[in-house]
Design a protein around this ligand. Sequence first.
Ligand SMILES: C[S@@+](CC[C@H](N)C(=O)[O-])C[C@H]1O[C@@H](n2cnc3c(N)ncnc32)[C@H](O)[C@@H]1O
Length: 328
Amino acid sequence: MTATSFEHQFGREQPNAATRLTVLGPSPRPVSPYEAASRLTDDVFARLAGIVHRETGIVLPASKRNMVVSRLSRRLRALGLNDFAEYCRLLESVEGKSERKALVSAITTNVTSFFREPHHFVTLSNVVPDLAKKARFGGRVRIWSAACATGQEAYSIAVQILERWPDAIHFDVKILATDIDPEAIETARQGIYDDSLVSDAPRSLRRHLVRGPVPNTVAIGDLPRKLVRFEELNLLGPWPFRGHFDVIFCRNVVIYFDATTRSHLWERLSNRLVPGGWLFVGHSETIDRSTRIGLVPAGVTQYRRRVERQEHPFGPASDDVLDMEPPN
Ligand SMILES: C[S@@+](CC[C@H](N)C(=O)[O-])C[C@H]1O[C@@H](n2cnc3c(N)ncnc32)[C@H](O)[C@@H]1O
């Protein structure tokens, strides 16, 4: 980075310690970790962005520099490190495994809400009778909330299912909800939310909320919880299961990926849908024709897996996605 752009982003650079000693006498205070962290050179930023890309698929352009500094300065302070170069060395080392997880939690954006993009839940509601029929005939129903963040998406799916199919928990129906961020998954598992997050919740959700363990919180009730299983999973890594899903929600995550990563993920997801299965994507995400392998548009930001001749919509899948291989 040039001196001018550094100054533009972080203010005027301070004279170094030696200069200060001659000009001003002893340094009045040590350089704070935040200041040290702010001195993020182009090289080190590129190294850090490379680590984040390798770990998550998330692309960090130069415009995210200030965001990176503000989110990671806390990590530097907690670890007692002086600058980002030291931080990169830690992340690249064998001992850096747990810090790589902390990095993921710090860098990912977990913004979400209950019943976000409501039109998907209207479609889901119309699909539920087909899913219930499949289950009543002994079939298995599997839904995936891929990149579920803190769980609101998965619980909204559960509530929507229960709304149309109140005895769903007596059948083989499960929502697998995954995210790369271990802290988000922990929050999702706890299922406890601030009152303010449900202030305008629909009645279908409110009837499944109970009082939370601390004032001004609510907790998700037993029925929706029974339908959901939360797991940590990097969408870009190997998937530890073989089966297929009837419905996949993969929303507002590929926006952080590059075009190649995005289209590869769409293809993998398409291959994990049963014939006629549904894929819901985020409001600013579209799957263009060239990468729409096996998918047919079926409404605003929603697609269906093509049904080939001799296939039955929502036909049985041999392997169960819940039979996961243990992490290595
Ligand atoms: C903006 S939230 C979207 C949450 C929810 N799907 C929604 O639309 O409300 C994006 C989530 O994607 C997760 N994420 C980012 N990269 C990921 C990856 N490689 N694998 C799995 N999840 C990832 C983040 O941790 C974050 O929780």
